[in-house]
Ligand binder design. Structure first.
Ligand SMILES: [Zn+2]
Length: 106
């Protein structure tokens, strides 16, 4: 696994703003707060967005928008699995960042 902490290519600032865009496809524009330049744009795959702490209702609405016709039971299981996996992965990621960068993250 490779880990990178994003920074502005222009001014090297790590003070970044995520702008979430919902179009035909969901996108995230990353803007530098220091100089205002575009840093990156991500396009999310279907069901690829997870909003921590927002719960199952929010997950259901995003599936409705995507026209997902799975049953509530299937979606409920999918949500629980996803939430658990993302939390595990993030905990693991924090451990890896500490190993790489020490106590002071860039
Ligand atoms: Zn910048």
């Amino acid at each position: 696994m490779e880990i990178k902490i994003q920074k502005c290519q222009v001014c090297k600032s790590r003070d970044l703003r995520n702008i979430l865009v919902r179009d035909e496809i969901q996108k995230v524009y990353v803007q530098c707060r220091a100089c205002g330049e575009l840093v990156a744009r991500y396009m999310l795959s279907k069901g690829g967005y997870f909003h921590a702490g927002r719960g199952f209702e929010s997950f259901l609405r995003s599936h409705e928008r995507e026209g997902d016709m799975d049953s509530a039971r299937t979606l409920s299981t999918a949500f629980e699995d996803m939430e658990e996996n993302i939390e595990k992965e993030f905990t693991n990621l924090k451990g890896m960042m500490k190993d790489i960068f020490g106590d002071t993250l860039p």
